[in-house]
Every structure is written in structure tokens, then in C-alpha cells.
Design a protein around this ligand. Structure first.
Ligand code: ADP
Ligand code: ADP
Length: 226
């Protein structure tokens, strides 16, 4: 089964533009996939629908074979999401933010603790576990978002502009981290408007503009045709 299958997906915002004009795309299990395109192309809308944060107007989304319309709970168990904006409780401690998330997925407490320790350590946040999140640096907040998204060890991790506004050193360490978890079997989809980021990380790429997919191909083919 595909990690993600999108079929004829449409989105018209109330009082807004037709943000998605019927896009279709498939991301294979194990892939590292980039959704590339300029500002306003429809990238966040697509990921918002896949994360069930945005309602679609028409079309179909399946995550590891689970249809979002009929099988939402199973679909969500397969999915971890890192939105662009920091949306955790700024007054909560790092440890509590990650553990609270585990509760939403019904992860047993002992498993939650093991996973929280594992991902906070991997992301360089272990020493900050008792720190109130408000006081973290921007780069640390970004990494906290990733640790939280991984707490239930999803098969598919989706990141919306994960390195926007991040300095070059942290960008490289985030790239290494994402490559590592992909090598261990997690499917990754990210949006970016940096061609360089897609080039450094991804095997397959879709280019979206004005709500339409312009290309859906391997990175190698795409670079040959530029
Ligand atoms: P991208 O992530 O590629 O920058 P978006 O998916 O955010 O693109 O936006 C696609 C289009 O939908 C843009 O024209 C944007 O202005 C519009 N849009 C996005 N969110 C909303 C919203 N909540 N209400 C109305 N229009 C929106
Ligand atoms: P700032 O936002 O102030 O630049 P960061 O949160 O980006 O601070 O980084 C804080 C420290 O954590 C830096 O020394 C950085 O090199 C280190 N760091 C960044 N990413 C990782 C990582 N994945 N694992 C361990 N340490 C990291």
C-alpha cells in the first residue's frame, strides 16, 4: 500500500480562491517526498487536508490504505504532523508537551516515557525536558514540534516548511535527523520552497502551482529536465 494516496482533491475556501483544482498524487511507503512550489501554490492546504485540520471540498485521501472519510482513527495513528506554526502550550514543560500528545493516541504510559526519552535525546532536548517551552530558542521549539509528532512512532511523518527561518547549522542537523529516521523506515513528506532542500533530501518530488500539480517525478528526472 501507498503511504499516501490523494485522488482528485479540491479545495475552495469560503470567500477565497480555488486553492486546489483537483490534484492527484501517490507517495510510496518508505519514500522521502517533497511537495515543492511557490507561496500560495496550495502546499499547506494539501497538508492541512491530509492532517484533517482543513476540510476538503471534494476528492479522496488515504493514508496507508485508511480513508480519511471512513477510517479516520486508523489513518491518524499512521500519521505524525509538524505544522509550520508553533502550536504547543507555551506555559507547559517540554516533557509534559510530549507526554500529553502520547495520551491523545492512547499510548500506554510506559511506552510514552520510553519514546519521549528517545526522541528528546535524539533531538538535543533532553537537558531541556523540565523547561517551560516559552523560554526555548526558536530552533529548539522547532525540534520540540518534531519530537512531539514522533511520540506515537507514526509510519508517515509530514512536515510543513520544517526549516523555514532556521539557521544553516540547525538546518543541516535537522536534515541529518530526517534522513536517519527515513533510513529506519519512516516515510517522510515535506513542503518546501527551497529547491536545495528537496535536492538534498528527497527521492521523489511533486511540483505544485496555483492548485495544480505541474510535475510528479523522481528527483533525478526532474534535475535532468531543468
Ligand atoms: P502554500 O502553502 O503553497 O503557500 P496555501 O495552501 O497556504 O499555499 O494557499 C493556497 C491558496 O489558498 C492561496 O491563494 C491562499 O491565499 C489561499 N488560502 C490559504 N488559506 C486560506 C484560508 N484559510 N482562507 C482563504 N484562503 C486561503
Ligand atoms: P538557536 O535557535 O538559538 O540558534 P538552537 O535551538 O538552534 O539555538 O540550537 C541550540 C543548540 O543545540 C546548538 O548548539 C545546536 O548546535 C544544537 N543542536 C541543534 N540541533 C541539534 C540536534 N538535532 N541534536 C543535538 N543538538 C542539536
Amino acid at each position: 500500500t501507498a503511504a499516501l494516496k490523494i485522488t482528485d482533491l479540491k479545495k475552495v475556501y469560503a470567500n477565497g480562491p480555488e486553492a486546489l483544482k483537483g490534484i492527484s498524487m501517490t507517495v510510496d511507503s518508505g519514500d522521502f517526498f517533497a511537495l515543492l512550489g511557490p507561496n500560495g501554490a496550495g502546499k499547506s492546504t494539501t497538508l492541512g487536508i491530509v492532517s484533517s485540520l482543513v476540510n476538503k471540498s471534494a476528492g479522496r485521501v488515504e493514508i496507508y490504505g485508511h480513508d480519511l472519510d471512513t477510517d479516520l482513527v486508523s489513518a491518524k495513528m499512521c500519521l505524525g504532523v509538524v505544522p509550520q506554526e508553533f502550536n504547543f502550550n507555551m506555559f507547559e514543560k517540554v516533557w509534559d508537551i510530549v507526554i500529553t500528545q502520547a495520551g491523545y493516541y492512547g499510548i500506554p504510559p510506559h511506552v510514552a516515557k520510553v519514546n519521549a526519552e528517545k526522541y528528546l535525546k535524539k533531538l538535543g532536548l533532553w537537558e531541556k525536558r523540565d523547561t517551560v517551552s516559552r523560554t526555548l530558542s526558536g530552533g529548539m521549539k522547532r525540534r520540540l514540534m518534531i519530537a512531539r509528532a514522533l511520540i506515537h512512532e507514526p509510519k508517515l511523518l509530514i512536515l510543513d516548511e520544517p526549516t523555514a527561518g532556521v539557521d544553516i547549522e540547525l538546518r543541516r542537523s535537522m536534515w541529518d535527523f530526517l534522513k536517519e529516521i527515513n533510513a529506519q523506515g519512516t516515510t517522510i513528506i515535506l513542503t518546501t520552497h527551497y529547491l536545495e532542500e528537496a535536492e538534498a533530501l528527497c527521492r521523489n518530488i511533486a511540483i505544485i502551482d496555483k492548485g495544480t500539480i505541474l510535475a510528479h517525478t523522481s528527483k533525478r528526472e526532474l534535475l535532468q529536465n531543468l
